[in-house]
Design a protein around this ligand. Structure first.
Ligand code: 4AD
Ligand code: MG
Length: 431
């Protein structure tokens, strides 16, 4: 008999197979038992009819507890009502490990309770679907950048520099020196772009942000491409092509998961490059006209502002050319204006907020030196970064896409805490 997985049962219609699984849920009457089986690759219903199996097998099916691990044997049958198109007519069940009272029952639980049980909650159908979509976005990311000739480069996690400002750093000791957990791999990716041309990274980043919102994590994962000889506009093109590609890949390869989550896919189908653009100046005017009198030129946008802007479009929208004063030190100034920089944030539709931050980088040595001084950054730590401007400096651009916010948007999940296996939040380091 073949041992297979739930994802592969379609290959064995009307044949008997053996599957290692867990009991996600169970329902039984005197004559029939329904086992919701999950094995990591998917979910399938197992049906056991009392009169068709030895009595002890039926009793085992009736008494097996939720989340016990089992080997089940059964015949694969076509079933129109099943999301995967098949069910299993169970002929035997062997319990591997009987689970004690499982805390997560089919009834409703509060968020804190579910978060305390994150190590178990991950097994649920909904969390399974979100993790599969996360995985598809990561897979599509590697495909996209490899196809476009980018080289994957891994920047360090322990660093001596702070690209995104010094207020949100996780400091630690590095033997006798001070070190920080990486906020962004960008500065190292700039060095890598000068060696390899087009590069991308994918790794964890850390921000000691005291923000408790549905968009903020303390530890999150970022994809950071950096491209030599790419100017601002060239970078926007990569961004819109990349985001379109991951959305279309999820639509193509995760239809079951999107269905499980009840995602309205009509809102995703239309996500294709090019994306609309609005300048920061026009965005402020737009908001003031809309009645937001709490924001003026020079302020950064809050979540309600971003949502209001995004609502005018059915695709992600680039907000370009922010004031220099509210952006990091490394951004290239606008060639005709001293007050704004060549940057853009990409705002996702449906209120999911900023998913990408990016810019052209300053490549002039003197200007970079001046900016580092203006920002009171310790020259010793940035010596190597400044040197990149002394040895064949070129225009270059890059950006960072926040994975969890992107997963939240594409999955239609309200809060980023469900988009990473073990979220690190303001008040949560457990489990
Ligand atoms: O806009 P940010 O801060 O940009 C950078 O770090 C650049 N150095 C990237 C680059 O140019 N290479 O962060 C980039 C993205 C944001 O748009 C957002 O999607 C995500 O990272 N992000 C967060 N996601 C979850 N929780 C947080 N606390 C986040 N902070 C930023
Ligand atoms: Mg940003």
């Amino acid at each position: 008999m073949v041992k297979t997985t739930i994802s592969e049962v379609y290959k064995y219609e009307d044949q008997e197979v053996k599957i290692g699984a867990w009991i996600a849920n169970k329902r039984s009457s005197g004559k029939i038992a329904f086992l919701q089986l999950r094995d990591g690759t998917g979910f399938i219903q197992g049906v056991i009819v009392k009169t068709d199996v030895p009595e002890e097998v039926f009793q085992e099916a009736k008494s097996v507890t939720q989340e016990s691990s089992v080997y089940v044997t059964g015949k694969v049958q076509k079933d129109e009502r099943s999301p995967i198109g098949y069910e299993l007519l169970v002929t035997n069940i062997e319990v591997i490990s009987r689970a004690v009272d499982y805390p997560i029952t089919p009834k409703e639980h509060g968020t804190e309770f579910l978060m305390d049980n994150r190590h178990l909650w991950l097994r649920s159908r909904r969390q399974h679907a979100v993790m599969k979509i996360r995985n598809e976005i990561i897979r599509a990311t590697y495909e996209f950048y490899n196809e476009q000739g980018f080289v994957k480069v891994d920047p360090p996690i322990l660093t001596g520099s702070a690209p995104e400002g010094t207020s949100e750093l996780f400091a630690t000791k590095y033997f006798d020196e001070d070190a920080y957990l990486s906020q962004s791999g960008q500065l190292y990716m700039e060095a890598a772009a000068m060696a390899l041309g087009k590069v991308f990274s994918f790794g964890p980043t850390f921000r000691a942000e005291k923000s408790k919102t549905r968009r903020h994590l303390i530890e999150f994962w970022m994809i950071e491409p950096e491209m030599a000889f790419y100017e601002h506009e060239d970078s926007l093109k990569v961004q819109e092509e990349y985001v379109s590609f991951i959305v279309q890949s999820v639509l193509k390869n995760c239809s079951l998961e999107l269905k499980t989550l009840g995602r309205d896919t009509s809102k995703l189908e239309n996500i294709k490059a090019p994306f609309p653009r609005i300048s920061y100046d026009d965005a402020i005017k737009f908001l003031n006209e809309k009645g937001f009198d709490d924001i003026k030129w020079g302020d950064d946008f809050g979540a309600p502002h971003e949502t209001a802007i995004a609502e005018s479009y059915d695709k992600p929208v680039f907000i370009t050319h922010y004031p220099k004063a509210i952006k990091p030190f490394y951004m290239q100034p606008h060639p005709e204006r001293d007050d704004v920089v060549l940057c853009a944030d990409l705002i996702a539709p449906e209120g999911y907020g900023e998913i990408i931050g990016g810019s052209e980088r300053i490549h002039d040595y003197d200007l970079m030196k001046k900016r580092l001084e203006e920002h009171n950054l310790e020259m010793d730590a940035y010596k190597w970064y400044l040197e990149l401007r002394q040895y064949g400096s070129v225009p270059h651009s890059g950006f960072g896409l926040g994975l969890e916010r992107t997963v939240a948007w594409i999955s239609g999940v309200e809060h980023v805490r469900e988009t990473i296996p073990f979220p690190r939040l303001l008040n949560r380091l457990y489990p």
